[in-house]
Write a protein that binds this ligand. Structure first.
Ligand code: T5A
Length: 207
């Protein structure tokens, strides 16, 4: 059985990841792939419980180390129970956020050491890395404005603009460092144009 491909969607708050997830899934299915759609933090029953804990605005103060470990605890569970079995079965896995989010939010946003994140990445993932990452990038105000339309804020969305500026910078730095894997999509554009950029990247990837 040929192993499937692992595609992740990344970006700041409200840039359109969830909106485009279904679009990408539909496109890949039209190309004949069997697609497993999932998300982080989350993706299994236990990992979804961890998601609730880390996103809950009313939770007790969570230290940066606790937050980092919770992200990787959820990820370990997710990889073992969902991602690896799906890839091994030949499915393409489409995941809303993965470890680039940890580099961006915990590394950039919280200023946790990148070396520490890399150590945990190796411990939890071994050789597993996304084959392709679509980084939806938009000015912070645009993403926040879109996210605000939903009305409620989670624990991250309640952060300050300076936090999101560091998150965005870290994402863009990683895209510059890993241009073969991370493709930047200009997400401030009307949806139809965002999606035509996404299709262009996917066509090139599937060649
Ligand atoms: N996190 C996660 C970490 O800190 N570390 C980690 O390791 C991981 C994995 C997860 C939080 O956890 C943090 C990061 C996050 O803060 P989440 O729900 O996955 O939270 O992420 P959010 O960014 O909060 O998800 P959102 O739903 O807010 O954003 P999306 O999915 O990017 O945006 P979406 O698709 O819901 O769109 C928002 C609105 O904009 C509209 C949509 O219709 C929707 O109304 N829209 C557009 N409007 C105009 N033009 C376009 N091009 C549009 N695209 C979308």
């Amino acid at each position: 059985m040929r192993r499937g491909k692992f595609i992740t969607l990344e970006g700041g708050e409200g840039v359109g990841k969830t909106t485009n997830l279904t679009f990408i899934k539909d496109y890949l299915q039209q190309q004949g792939m069997t697609v497993t759609v999932t998300r982080e933090p989350g993706g299994t029953a236990l990992a979804e419980k961890i998601r609730q804990l880390v996103l809950d605005v009313d939770s007790e103060s969570i230290s940066d180390t606790t937050e980092l470990l919770l992200m990787f605890a959820a990820r370990a569970q997710h990889i073992q129970h969902v991602i690896e079995p799906a890839l091994a079965q030949g499915n393409w896995v489409l995941c809303d956020r993965f470890t680039d989010a940890t580099y961006a939010y915990q590394g950039g946003g919280r200023k946790v050491s990148i070396a520490t994140i890399a150590l945990l990445e190796q411990l939890v993932q071994g050789d597993l890395r996304p084959d392709l990452t679509l980084l939806l990038d938009a000015p912070i105000e645009i993403g926040m404005e879109r996210a605000q339309k939903r009305g409620t804020f989670d624990r991250f969305e309640a952060e300050k603009i300076s936090f999101f500026t560091r998150v965005r910078e870290m994402y863009l730095t990683r895209a510059t460092e890993q241009p073969a894997r991370i493709k930047v999509i200009q997400a401030h554009q009307p949806l139809i144009e965002v999606q035509s950029e996404i299709i262009a990247v996917l066509k090139q990837f599937a060649l």
